[in-house]
Design a protein around this ligand. Structure first.
Ligand code: HOZ
Length: 432
């Protein structure tokens, strides 16, 4: 093990703090909860990340999910360069958008009609507006620890950075709006049932991450999603699956393909743009035709369907659509890593838990099985902080918070995974 030299990153961070809240443009990346300065990234290629001090890491953040083919995939970069040379934004339709909408519908048949936006937050916020307009109801149900972006209605018991920084309920959210968000417990169908009973005829939609990534990875128990769908429908409400993390990552057709669920609406994020700023929402034609200019529900954006983002995303989605065995290979890599970490935990006599779905995983520093927000919060975040630092010293770049998912890409090799397992062993041995 060597001591990381991070002089240039720290210098940049000190400068950044003068001009930006916390020195960053999104909270979790500030590394605050892991007690060190963030690394400033110079470049990335495949499974590797290189910081401004010249350190190289095996990357398990993958820009928080979208880099499922690894960084700077040559075909994606070629498409971006070619498209950029023809202009970067027109605020007018382009052929890319038609190809994209057609491909999304082919890969995920529940998405009959789709609208491109610029981020996952925009997607979830717009999907909820559509659901409210369609049902004529105002309340929504979300699950504690799920994170659906930073729109007011979702910053109630929110996961991801909101949990990392101990602010699952953000100030600045009007109380009247917060009162319209009802919170259930993941994997507890009775908690959903209770909300429907107590708010009869008032709930527009249930929104859920089908596999949660934002309290760390939490997998739905047998039949849970199906029961949520049935409960929503029998009460005249819609189901919105937030597939910002899972869409096109867990399977060609996302988590909905794996669990055999046909939601009314689905939301997507950055994976659609291969890492460029994109989001999208779509679903049942009768709901989506309510969106302007087909219908009265207003939602717009100059950069929506931006040609660079569409061109990059199309290349990535076409590879995901066509490459045989790609998701099996991701599953195999995920399993290899999971098995290795489990072996380490056992050998060291520890009782930590690892949750995994395909190429998404989280090691929780708790001896309880993690199936909801409450159990995720039993994790020892002090231990996680020390573990994160030890892994970083050994060249492994993990999400800098206990309450996030780590991501494997097709670029990670078995050798990378073996190195990661060895680093995990050494780190756990020190942290205990
Ligand atoms: N909300 C992201 C993780 N779920 C973190 C985004 C970032 O800090 O870049």
């Amino acid at each position: 093990m060597k001591n990381l030299i991070t002089k240039k990153s720290s210098k940049l961070f000190n400068e950044a703090k003068k001009y930006m809240p916390g020195g960053v443009n999104s909270p979790v990346r500030a590394f605050k909860s892991v007690g060190s300065d963030p690394l400033f990234i110079a470049r990335a290629k495949g499974q590797y990340l290189y910081d401004v001090d010249g350190n190289k890491f095996i990357d398990y953040v993958g820009s928080w999910g979208p880099m499922v083919l690894g960084h700077a995939h040559p075909d994606v970069i070629a498409a971006v360069k070619d498209t950029a040379s023809k202009g970067t934004s027109f605020g007018a339709p382009t052929p890319y958008e038609v190809d994209m909408a057609r491909l999304v519908r082919k890969m995920m048949p529940s998405v009959e009609v789709v609208r491109m936006v610029n981020s996952g937050t925009e997607a979830t916020m717009s999907a909820v507006r559509a659901a409210r307009a369609f049902t004529g109801r105002e309340k929504i149900v979300k699950f504690a620890g799920c994170y659906h972006g930073h729109f007011d209605s979702f910053l109630i018991k929110a996961g991801s950075g909101a949990t990392t920084f101990g602010q699952p309920d953000s100030p600045g959210v009007p109380a009247e709006l917060a009162a319209k968000t009802l919170v259930a417990d993941f994997n507890d169908i009775f908690s959903v049932e209770r909300l429907f009973k107590d708010n009869n005829g008032e709930i527009a939609a249930v929104i859920v991450e089908p596999v949660v990534g934002n309290m760390g990875v939490v997998v739905p128990e047998n039949g849970f999603l199906d029961k949520v769908l049935k409960l929503a429908h029998s009460n005249g409400a819609l189901l919105i699956l937030d597939e910002v993390m899972t869409g096109f990552r867990l399977a060609r057709g996302g988590a909905q393909e794996i669990f055999g669920i046909r939601p009314d609406l689905t939301t997507f994020g950055k994976i659609i743009g291969a890492g460029l700023p994109v989001g999208a929402y779509g679903g049942r034609e009768d709901i989506m035709r309510m969106i302007s200019p087909d219908g009265p529900v207003y939602q717009a954006g100059t950069l929506s369907g931006n040609p660079l983002a569409m061109a990059a995303g199309l290349v990535q989605l076409k590879i995901l659509d066509r490459q045989k065995g790609l998701y099996n290979r991701l599953e195999k890599k995920g399993k290899l890593l999971e098995d290795g970490i489990r072996r380490n935990i056992e050998k060291l006599g520890l009782r930590y838990r690892i949750n995994r779905a395909g190429s998404m995983f989280t090691l929780f520093f708790t001896d309880q099985s993690v199936r909801d927000f409450k159990s995720a919060l039993t994790s020892d975040t002090g231990k996680f902080r020390r573990y994160f630092g030890e892994m970083l010293q050994r060249g492994i770049y993990l999400p800098p918070s206990q309450f996030e998912a780590a991501f494997i890409s097709t670029a990670h090799t078995e050798r990378d995974i073996e190195r990661t397992i060895a680093a995990n062993y050494d780190s756990l041995k020190i942290v205990g």
